[in-house]
Write a protein that binds this ligand. Structure first.
Ligand SMILES: C[S@@+](CC[C@H](N)C(=O)[O-])C[C@H]1O[C@@H](n2cnc3c(N)ncnc32)[C@H](O)[C@@H]1O
Length: 247
């Protein structure tokens, strides 16, 4: 079996923060390094803020996430504040941040309408006047989930865990209901023994619905891109990258 701590360690192995390899990481690094105070919502294991600190960011850096095991890993970096909680708990801060982020599609974990509204309102509260909220969500038109059922195609990814054991991770989409996709991630050893199954639901908002939620929560859309290089959202875009401003 795999513990929550094992899963957090595997997440870091499979999702390294590397702005030289991933334009998405470079995009956020630029924003974070230019802001004097940053709240990273859904920070997970904390790699973005840790990288910012290691790169010389001298201002306030705070990460919040409801996953205790991920946050325990983040806490190995002691000069960032780490808080256990959901996006909706960000209302505990009042006008304290120049920038809030939700990266690596963490925004899509906000599934229900009420959860979305409460989360956006809380992030707005945490921002100072004119503060910005940067995040991305996968564009539903690209139907990314159709590439995810690796359990069916045999196209699983492999990772070597910290003890040297090779593990296989496979995804299977269980349902697509409206704009909510539910899938499992099954981690097995090479003999096929199942060590863990995690189930996740993600919401795929389209551009108009996303705008409605943002405007209804006190944000204006400052800029929106369809890729990580500043290109517009088009009929071929796979991402909706948004910088919203508190109004
Ligand atoms: C794909 S991970 C991204 C983690 C991290 N941002 C990164 O770049 O590696 C999504 C994160 O969103 C967190 N999450 C799930 N529901 C959340 C909520 N309601 N509020 C804030 N974070 C949430 C999860 O615990 C998880 O750490």
């Amino acid at each position: 079996m795999l513990s929550d701590a094992d899963v957090a360690a595997l997440y870091d192995l499979m999702n390294p923060w590397d702005p030289d390899r991933f334009p998405s990481d470079a995009f956020y690094d630029r924003l974070v390094l230019a802001a004097d105070s940053v709240l990273d919502v859904g920070c997970g294991t904390g790699s973005m803020l840790r990288t910012a600190r290691e790169s010389g960011h001298r201002g306030r850096l705070v990460g919040i996430d409801p996953d205790r095991a991920a946050l325990d890993r983040a806490r190995r970096c002691a000069d960032v504040e780490w808080v256990l909680g959901t996006a909706a708990d960000a209302a505990a801060w009042d006008g304290e941040f120049e920038l809030a982020t939700m990266v690596s599609h963490a925004f899509q974990c906000l599934v229900g309408d009420e959860e979305l509204r409460a989360s956006l309102t809380a992030v707005r509260t945490a921002l100072r006047d004119g503060g910005r909220f940067a995040f991305e969500t996968r564009h539903p038109q690209a139907r990314a989930w159709e590439d995810w059922s690796s359990a069916d195609t045999g196209d699983a990814s492999e990772v070597v865990d910290p003890s040297g054991r090779v593990l296989r991770s496979a995804h299977h989409v269980e349902s697509v209901v409206g704009d909510v996709v539910t899938f499992t991630e099954t981690t097995s050893d090479l003999d096929g023994a199942v060590l863990r199954v995690d189930r996740t639901s993600l919401r795929f908002l389209d551009v108009p619905d996303l705008a409605d939620f943002l405007h209804g929560s006190g944000f204006a859309i400052e800029s929106q891109y369809g890729d990580w290089h500043g290109g517009p959202v088009t009929a071929a875009s796979r991402e909706i990258v948004t910088i919203a401003r508190r109004v």
